[in-house]
Every structure is written in C-alpha cells, then in structure tokens.
Design a protein around this ligand. Structure first.
Ligand SMILES: [Zn+2]
Ligand SMILES: [Zn+2]
Length: 1204
C-alpha cells in the first residue's frame, strides 16, 4: 500500500499539503496518511553485499531488512548513521508486490551525532588548476591535489562494462573557469546524492589523468578522496600563479518556462519540413503529469512536453519520477516535432544535461521500475546511436508490439533482448527496420566528448523531422483503415460500365452492385503497413487467422510453387508479412431505380464489408516460432484431465461424444483427473500415418451423434469430412518430437500384407477439430498424434459404423472416425514428394488418386463423370440470382446464417479459364451459404476445384456447381497488379480469329472476321426499370396494378446474320452493340433512342413490307428510317465480331446434313458446304478498315492454305 507519514503535522497541515497536490492532477488521489515511525540507518549498500558493486542508490536499513530510498537533500556524513524520519512516503512497485522504495520528504533527525569534519585543508581553485589540465606536461604520478569550487554541473551516473561513474564540474568562485572531475570509486557513488548545484565543495586526493580515446585531461577522484563542503575559514589557498583568466563562458543559458513557450511559438513559425533543424538548449522546470513509457525513459511534463531521459542511460531507476513530482531540467535539448506522429514537444536530456528532482509527488501514483537489465529500448538506442526522431519511432513500434502480443507470449519473453545469438521477437521485428533507416550506422556515440568537450556535441543537437517509413498497427486498426480506404472515393458507378448500366433494369442493376471487392497492398497505406499476427485457426469458422490482442484477421496462405499450405507446426507462431494482399469484400444493399440515380447515395441502404488478407508463405517471416504443440498438449494434458478423459472415452465412446459438445466443466471428470494422473501419467503418445484421398466442404451437416435420450432436437453440426487411407499401423512414440522418416511406409513395403495395413476411414471433424480444415489437403500424408496415450488401438476403438444412412448405402463403406479435440495433426509430406525407396509403398496407394481433368475435357460432350476436379484461373466473379433448382436443402432452415453478408438466395458464378486469356471458360456456381468458408475466390486467383458436380443446361451448356462433397484449394494468389476490367475486355483477351465452321462447342469466346449479311429483327424500346413493362411518355404502362415507377430504361436488341465464307451464324446483339452493328455513332444512337421514348417500342422485321408492321403506323418515321437503314447496302459490310456461343448446337440436331450455299466475295460468287447455322451472342463489334481488311484476308488465306 502506498502511504505517507508526517509525524509532526496536524490534520489541517496534512489536508493543506494534500490539497496543493491535487491542483496538478485532479483525477489522482493523494497518498493516504499512515501514523508510523520510521527509524533506520542510511547506507549506500556497501556493507550489505561485498560482492555486489555499489549501484549508487541509497538505502534505509535496520536489522530486519533494507529498502531503497530517495532523498532530495543528502549529506555524506549521514551515511551509516541512525536516523528518525519524520516525514516520508512509501511507494510500492506496480507489478510485483515486492519491495518498493521510500521517498524521504523532510531531512531526517539524527539519533546519534555524526562525526566532526576535519579542519584546515590546503586547496587549489579551478582557475589556477585548469591550466594543469590543458598543459601537456605529465604530472608526477604521486602528486595529489585538493580542488575547491562551486558545483557548476553534475553529470548523470553512467554504467559501462559494469563500472559505475559520473563526472562533476567545479567552477571558480570568481570566474567561469571550470574543471571536470571523474568519480568512479564505488564508495564515492553516494556523492551523487549529496552534490547540489551552486554549492561550494572541496575534493581532496585528486590526480590528473587523460582519457585514452579522446585525450581529454581530467581530475580523477582516488580511493582516498573526500568530498567536503567548502568552508572559507578552513581553506587556505595553495599559491599557484593565478593570473590566467579564462575567456570561456558557458554557452548554455538558463531560460525560464516562459521563455520556453516563446521559443516554441517562434519555432513553429520558422519550421521548414525536410530540413535539418538545430535543437535549442534550454532549462525548464515542470511537474511530471504522466509516465509515458518508463522503459523508454519518456515522461510527460505539465501535460505538454515530453521529457526523454533515455540518452542518460540509467534513468536513476526512475525513482521519484512519479506523476506529481517536480523536476528541474538544466541544459536540455528542445526538439519540436521530431516525429510526425508524436504529439508532444520533446525535451531531450543528454549527458551534459542535468535532471534535478525538486520535490516528491504527494499523489498516490504508482512506481513502475524500468527493467534493470535487458532494456531493449536503451540497448537499441545505444547500439545504433539513434537520434531522437528514430528513437521515438522505435518506441512507438515497440509499444504497439508489446501491447498487441504480450498476452500471447508474455511481456518479458517478447521484449527480451538481446543476446545477438538469439534475439527476441521484438528485436527480430525492429532491427531490420532500424537498419533501413540508419543505414550507415552513424559513428558510435562518444560519451566522453559529449560530457567534456567545450563545444557541445551530442546526438540531440541536430534532427530532421521523421516521417515514419512504415507502421505496424493493431489488427483492429488495420481492418478499420482498410475498410475506410475501400469506401473512400467509392461510388457505385465505378462498378459498372456506363454503356451497360444504362440498359439495366433496377433489379439487375442493384444485384450487380451487391458484391465487389478491393485489394490493398502494404504500399496502399501511408506509411507502408506491415502486418504482424499470431497464426491461429478459428475452430468456429475453420479459417486461418492472424491474431493480436485487438482482433483477428482471416488469412489465406499459399505457397509460391502452388502446393497447398499445410504447416500445422506454425500454429501459434508470430508472423510478419510485408508483401500481402489485403482484400476488402464490399457488400451493398441498394435500391437504385436506374443508372441515372447512381450518383445519389441515398439509394445505398446498407454497407457492409469483410476484410481478410492473403499472402505467400514464402513472404512471411517467423518472428517467434510456436512452442511445440504436442509438448504443450502433453504438459497441459498431464496437468488437466486429459489422461483420465481418454480412459473414459475408451470405455464408453458415446459418452465422450457427448462431452465433445459439452464445454462445461464436469466435477466427476475432475475427480477422475486426480485418479488418472497417478495411473496413466504417461508422456508417450500414439501416432498413425494416413493419406488424404478426399476432402469435403465445411458446412452444416446432419450428423446425429448418439446422445442421451433427453429429447433434445438434433442440431446440424458445423463439420467437414475427409476420406483417408491409413498407412501402416499405429505407433507408440516415447518422444513426441521423434519424426523425420516415415517408418510406416517402409513397413508397408516390406510385409506387403495390404489386408492388414491398408484401410480406408472417413474422418469426421467437428467442434474444436474443425481447426484442421485449412491444413488438410488432398494427397497429403499426415499423422494423427494422440498425446498421453499408450493404447495402440485407440483409433479402432473410436470408430463406429456410419450413422447417416446415405453413407451406409455406399458400397465401399468406410469406417467413421470422429476426430477428437485433443488429437494433434501433423503434416508429413506430399505423396508426390515420396522418395524412391518409399515408392514401393506408393504402389499400395495406386488407384487411390482421384482423376483430375482439364477444363476442356470437362466441357467436352464426350465427358461422362458427374463429379469433376480441375484447376483453373478465375476470370470473372459475378453474383446472380440463385438457380432455383440448385438450392441445397440445408440452406432452407438457415436463411439468416451468421457471417454471410450475402443473401442466401444469391449464388456466385465463377468463370474459370485454363490460362489467362484463354477463350475456354467454365462457369461454376456456388451457393451463398458455402461462401462464408471460402476465402480468396478472386479474379486472377488460380484454384483447384475438387468434386464439383458437372451439369448440362437446357441449352446444352456445361457448367459446374459446388456441392457438399466439393472443396477448393487456392494454388496461387491473383497477381498484385491485376489489369483493370476494361483493359481485360480490350487488349488482353482479344482472341485470335476463328472460322465459323471451326467453332468448337466448348469455345466460350472468340473473334471472327465476317460479313454482315442482313438484319433479321431490330427492336428499340423503353421498359420500366421496376417491372419491365413498356415505358411510354414518362410512365409505366402496366395496367394493373398500376406501377409507381418513374424511371424508364432503354433497351435495344437485334438479330443479324453473318457469314465468313465457311459458314453462317445468327448473332444476337443487345443495347450498345446494336448501334455498332447498325454503324450509328453515339449521337445518332442517342437521338434515335430519344425518338422511341414517346412511342414506347419500335420494332421491325426483315422482309416485312412497309405498312404490314403490327404496332407502328405506316407513316411512323422512326420505323421507316430503321427499315431503310437495315435495307441499305451500306449496312452489309465486313466487321470484326467478338462473340460467345449463345446456345450450343443441340445434341439431337448435331448430325445435321451439310448444306450447299452461295456466297459472294466481291465480284466472285462461290458455293460452299456449310453446317447448321450457329447462334452467337455479340460481345463487341469493330469496323474493319480497308488496309486491315486486306491484311486480315491475306492472313486468312495463308492459314487456310496451310490447313489444306
Ligand atoms: Zn546535448
Ligand atoms: Zn412498371
């Protein structure tokens, strides 16, 4: 308990004292008063422990113990004397409840009188003594001097190579001449407490010495030296020629606090960013209002300036520097804005500055002792000789680092410095950053020069405002900033091409806005953002996460060689990633009536987003490896109830299953725990090797585990399952770390008894074992490790015949094995990585491999499987209305599932191609309910899809759907600089020319040079954006119920016939492509559509005579115009057409007979055999210029002839 004692005070006096203190920090309470009498010896600790070097602190001791104390006024002769302390405060340490220290508020009263001081001493004054130092004449070794003078400066105590010392400076009484004195004997360290500025002292037994490095000559106190108060009567001057008068005057001048504020204002005006600034040397008196960071030596004074003591090294253990204490700073450096992000002006104390405690705090504020050894802040400061800006940046990095991760690893272990062989996590993180900022490691700090040189030199003199080159904020801040950035400058119109958007009805428009994403890299942030996090797996979502104290960020990790990420040993490691893609998925709920309102954000009803990060394992640095998971499990297992629980399980597997879902502690179990420990306190574990042959989706499954008959409804279980092949027999390990070779494989190859060694199992992962979801991959060899177990049959005993009837009906019905929470999964290798002598064992696995197809194979009509696996690159990701017949039954009851911001009636269409730019594209539909577990499905990513269901549409198009047994693996992340969608549609994807006759059914997109033969139908209309009825003269024409819409959307469609000499095709054109097909420019097209506005709809058909049209009157000039346009010979021209297959040729019609048709090519007419006309969908139309046309034609002829 902190407290204070004032023996002689009345209650009123105490109240007055306490009241004054509260003016400084009103929120803090004052020290409570205790009525205790303190009597003890004052000592510097020299008699306590002969071995221990005297640290320069003062202590209070009696026969029962010793406690550090701090005094404002101290006389040397008080040492080793007994005192009564009338007024003092006791300040405990914040962290441990061990000893704190005592602040002595009023001079102690001696119980026994101290000895008398000696009389008359011959002295030398600084002025005559100074030339002795500057002269190069070596002094006689034995000669000892006594110097008297006024204390002009007192250096801080320093400790270098376990040697503690300090300098003091004695000034001549009559001039500014001063001499330095080095004090280094342990029993003289207490001098530091008694010396007071401006007081006069006599020091005996001084010798002259010069410092090896700098050559400075100084007085050195010898073992026999005494520090005595100067007394004019006792001193008689030793005659030395004293005509020499120093010219030197101290450069530093005392300024008051008012002057400080003046200089601050001046400084702010004259501040020029980017240029080196000179720090002013000032003096200042203020009250400590906050300890900013005691390890880093940062204190806040008067709530406005930061005092940095770090450059003074020892910080005096920060005793006395509690909030409420008053300090005087003499000759400190004033630095304004050394670091952009640092809010305070900084007063930096260097080795020639003085920090004097003027009064102790009366407040009950805690004392945080700085680490006595291994202070990473100070070590780095001195190792790299950091300037203030970089130091403050380092402090902010380390503070955040500690705040974020000390809950995982413990503060001490995290910040632990700094034996070079084995740096701690913080050091690993921060040192490369420092080395980048301080590349040539400015020359080492010369502390003697800093203290002694007449022209002051120190690291605080010059500084440059630092703009931090990087940051590593907490994950919650990362998410916040990323979200903010993703919405910054966002407008819905960015997501749509205006050409398309203007023809969209309200429903389609809003759906297209629903889901979008943006990717951010480290450089997207200012300053560059470094991600740090502890790798964890959420057993709730089955996703990898980077975690810190503030938050968790889901992550996707891939290998650069395309192999899946399976490092189970990395769980719990602290990772640093600088090269990553931070993905913000944006979810919008909008009700835009049409594209015209896109700028009006009132129509945005709801904004949501989710953030995750993806990176390559190779780009992650492990700052701190995880503690061996198995060892950990073993330790906690032997401590907790593991071994006994295991016993329970073995007896009654059903009971165990129930416990899986029951996290409540169980008294009975605890009882067993005690028993179990004594009986089964084993450290061995059982392992079993297996190969994954199939992995299925993470989803809610209908596992009806045996329960006690309590009539509880059977909930769906979040789960996934994998089919595996056991390899070898379970093995007993005495040491869990025993790994490396795979003895099971050799065993298999030797005895070859497949019947006994090869066995399939269906592993069911639920509850905590969901955490293995991101690590378990097809074709991987893994090992289950059951800690604290010696029963080799543990796996067999837990197997049970499958409960779900679906599985039961399978012919090759494997045994089901629910994976237990305590089991550990360890990835060993991939089947493709097995060595030669293990290949024999691979024969065992033959036929287990799933067939992996290519996209063209799956698309081909001759393909027969229904479940398909293939890999490909995502070209496009679009949200569509759910396919009605695809709705998986499980989603029905789960309309409002947590974690999925997409409405469950949506599904996602992924267009996947074999390679970038390839025209062969497969569409994959994934229902929204599966999507919450699927991260990283972004355009540009290469994905391995497993067990998709292959389907054929009404129009004979092949597509795939994601079903319960499906699974995806991300093979590679999207390239960091993805071409924008517009350029994707233009240059990169422009396919090579094809002939209509060569069109393959799986060709999704191609380009053809063809001739537009005629326009078959053409229709221009305005439709209601809400209900798609005809919209005429500003109103929707739907009769009943009347539609309130005021927004019409113009649409156009046309069907044209094209031929390229090898065949003919119908082409369906929509909207802006109609204009291009008709050869109209934008203005003409606008005008034409506006003419349609009050007609609602205009359509014409090929071959219809004037006046035979249905709706429009014969004299309608728009219809007339269109008709004549379509009949004009100008419209029949060569074009470059990008298209996709609209409908694939029907299977039934496939073997249609070839027909003979006439074609014209210029003047020449020829006959060609052609197949049935294909239906194409127009994607783009380009005019062909004459030059380009002849070139393309010659290319074609070349290719045709080479074909023949
Ligand atoms: Zn300095
Ligand atoms: Zn309508």
């Amino acid at each position: 308990m902190p407290c204070c004692s004032h023996l002689t005070w009345s209650t009123n006096e105490f109240k007055e004292w306490a009241h004054q203190a509260q003016g400084v920090l009103p929120m803090q309470s004052t020290l409570p008063r205790a009525y205790l009498i303190l009597v003890g010896y004052l000592t510097d600790g020299r008699q306590e422990d002969k071995e221990k070097s005297v640290d320069g602190c003062l202590y209070l001791k009696d026969s029962t113990g010793i406690i550090p104390c701090e005094l404002l006024h101290f006389e040397l002769e008080w040492l080793e004397s007994l005192f009564l302390f009338p007024s003092w405060s006791y300040i405990p340490q914040t962290e441990q409840s061990t000893a704190g220290y005592v602040e002595i508020l009023v001079d102690p009263v001696p119980v026994n009188l101290p000895e008398e001081v000696p009389d008359s001493i011959p002295v030398t004054y600084p002025a005559p003594a100074e030339p002795l130092l500057s002269s190069r004449i070596p002094c006689k070794k034995k000669s000892k001097l006594t110097v008297a003078g006024e204390l002009a400066r007192l250096g801080p105590r320093l400790s270098i190579c376990q040697k503690t010392f300090f300098f003091l400076f004695l000034k001549c009484f009559t001039s500014a001449v001063w001499v330095p004195v080095l004090v280094q004997k342990p029993n003289q360290m207490a001098w530091h407490h008694s010396l007071r500025l401006g007081h006069r002292y006599t020091i005996t037994g001084l010798s002259i010495s010069s410092l090896k490095k700098s050559g400075h000559r100084i007085f050195v106190a010898s073992a026999s030296s005494c520090l005595l108060p100067y007394c004019a009567e006792q001193a008689r001057e030793l005659p030395l020629d004293s005509t020499w008068q120093g010219e030197y005057t101290q450069s530093s001048s005392l300024e008051t606090a008012e002057q400080l504020s003046n200089s601050l204002e001046l400084g702010v005006e004259g501040e020029r960013p980017g240029s080196t600034k000179e720090s002013k040397i000032i003096s200042y008196e203020g009250t400590v209002t906050k300890v900013l960071n005691v390890q880093a030596g940062l204190f806040l004074l008067d709530n406005k300036v930061c005092l940095c003591l770090a450059y003074q090294q020892l910080l005096n253990s920060a005793r006395g520097l509690r909030p409420g204490a008053c300090v005087e700073l003499i000759d400190v450096h004033l630095l304004q804005k050394p670091l952009i992000s640092f809010p305070f002006i900084v007063l930096g104390a260097c080795l020639s500055s003085m920090v004097v405690l003027k009064s102790f705090s009366r407040l009950s504020t805690p004392y945080q002792p700085p680490a006595s050894s291994g202070n990473l802040y100070l070590q780095l400061l001195f190792r790299y000789n950091l300037g203030m800006p970089v130091y403050l940046w380092l402090v902010s990095l380390l503070e955040t680092f500690e705040e974020r991760f000390s809950c995982f690893f413990g503060r001490r272990r995290l910040l632990l410095s700094s034996t070079h062989q084995n740096p701690g996590a913080a050091e690993k993180f921060v040192v490369p950053l420092l080395q980048a900022v301080v590349p040539d490691r400015e020359k080492a700090r010369d502390i003697y020069n800093e203290i002694l040189a007449k022209m002051h030199q120190c690291p605080l003199q010059k500084y440059l405002t630092l703009n931090p080159p990087c940051q590593a904020p907490s994950l919650s801040a990362v998410c916040r900033v990323a979200e903010q950035k993703s919405w910054e400058g966002f407008s819905p119109s960015q997501l749509l091409s205006p050409l398309e958007a203007q023809h969209m009805g309200s429903q389609e428009l809003n759906r297209r806005l629903t889901w979008s994403y943006c990717t951010l890299s480290a450089e997207s942030f200012q300053p560059r953002l470094i991600l740090l996090g502890v790798l964890r797996v959420s057993s709730r979502s089955g996703s990898l996460q980077l975690q810190d104290k503030s938050s968790a960020l889901p992550c996707v990790i891939s290998h650069k060689d395309g192999s899946p990420f399976a490092h189970t040993a990395l769980i719990g490691s602290l990772l640093q990633v600088e090269n990553y893609q931070l993905v913000v998925e944006r979810f919008l709920q909008t009700d835009f009536p049409s594209w015209k309102q896109l700028a009006n954000l009132e129509h945005v009803r709801e904004k949501k987003n989710s953030v995750y990060v993806q990176f390559y394992f190779e780009d992650a640095q492990i700052l701190r490896a995880a503690e061996g998971q198995i060892q950990k499990a073993l330790r906690s297992g032997s401590r907790s109830s593991f071994s006994s629980r295991k016993k329970d399980e073995l007896e009654t597997p059903k009971a165990k299953m129930m416990k899986l879902e029951d996290p409540k502690p169980d008294a009975r179990r605890d009882e067993n725990c005690q028993k179990g420990q004594s009986t089964a306190g084993t450290t061995s574990c059982v392992s079993h090797l297996f190969l994954v042959t199939q992995k299925e989706a993470l989803m809610l499954r209908n596992y009806q585990l045996p329960r006690e008959e309590d009539g509880e409804g059977q909930d769906l279980q979040q789960s996934f399952q994998a089919t595996v092949l056991w390899l070898g027999r379970p093995r007993l390990w005495s040491h869990p770390t025993e790994t490396g070779s795979l003895p099971e494989l050799e065993e298999t190859s030797c005895d070859g008894e497949e019947g006994t060694t090869r066995q399939e199992a269906l592993l069911i992962f639920m509850g905590k074992s969901l955490r293995w979801f991101p690590f378990l991959h097809l074709d991987g060899l893994y090992r289950f490790i059951v800690p604290c177990c010696s029963d080799l049959e543990v796996f067999d005993k837990l197997c049970f015949p499958p409960v779900p009837a679906k599985i039961l009906s399978r012919s090759s019905c494997p045994l089901c094995l629910p994976v237990q929470d305590t089991w550990h999964l360890q990835h060993e290798t991939w089947i493709s990585c097995l060595s030669e002598h293990q290949l024999a064992a691979r024969s065992v696995l033959r036929g287990m491999n799933q067939r992996i197809s290519s996209i063209p194979e799956v698309l081909s009509n001759s393909f027969t499987g229904s479940l398909v696996s293939f890999s490909g690159e995502i070209v496009e990701r679009t949200l569509c209305a759910s396919l009605k017949n695809e709705k998986p039954s499980v989603t029905l009851g789960l309309q409002k599932q947590k974690g999925s911001p997409l409405a469950s009636d949506h599904s996602v269409k992924l267009s996947v191609s074999v390679a970038p730019g390839s025209p062969v594209v497969m569409d994959i539909y994934i229902a929204a309910t599966y999507l919450q577990h699927l991260w990283g499905l972004l355009p540009g990513a290469k994905i391995f899809f497993q067990n998709l269901e292959r389907k054929i549409s009404r129009f004979h198009n092949v597509y795939c759907t994601y079903i319960a047994s499906s699974c995806v693996t991300i093979l590679s992340l999207p390239p960091s600089h993805l071409p924008s969608p517009s350029s994707l549609a233009g240059e990169t994807s422009s396919p090579s020319l094809v002939f209509i006759s060569n069109l393959q059914p799986h060709l999704s997109q191609a380009r053809v040079l063809c001739h537009l033969s005629c326009v078959l139908t053409l229709s221009l209309q305005w439709v209601c954006s809400l209900c798609s009825s005809i919209f005429k003269e500003g109103r929707c024409t739907r009769p009943s119920p009347p539609c309130p819409s005021h927004t019409g959307v113009r649409q156009a469609s046309a069907r044209v016939l094209v031929e390229d000499g090898t065949g003919e095709a119908f082409v369906l054109c929509r909207n802006q492509h109609v204009a291009a097909m008709l050869g109209l420019n934008l203005l003409e097209w606008e005008a034409l559509q506006n003419c349609v506005q009050n007609r609602g709809r205009v359509s014409i058909q090929h071959g219809e005579a004037t006046g035979t049209g249905c709706v429009e009157e014969p004299e309608d000039f728009v219809a007339c115009y269109l008709r004549s346009l379509c009949r004009s010979p100008l419209i029949c021209r060569p074009i470059l057409l990008d298209f996709s297959l609209d409908r694939k040729p029907s299977k039934i019609l496939q073997p249609a007979p070839l027909q003979l048709r006439n074609f014209r090519c210029g003047e020449v007419e020829f006959v060609s055999q052609v197949g049935p006309r294909l239906s194409l969908l127009c994607l783009n139309v380009e005019e062909v210029e004459q030059g380009a046309l002849s070139y393309l034609n010659s290319e074609r002829i070349k290719r045709t002839s080479s074909h023949c």
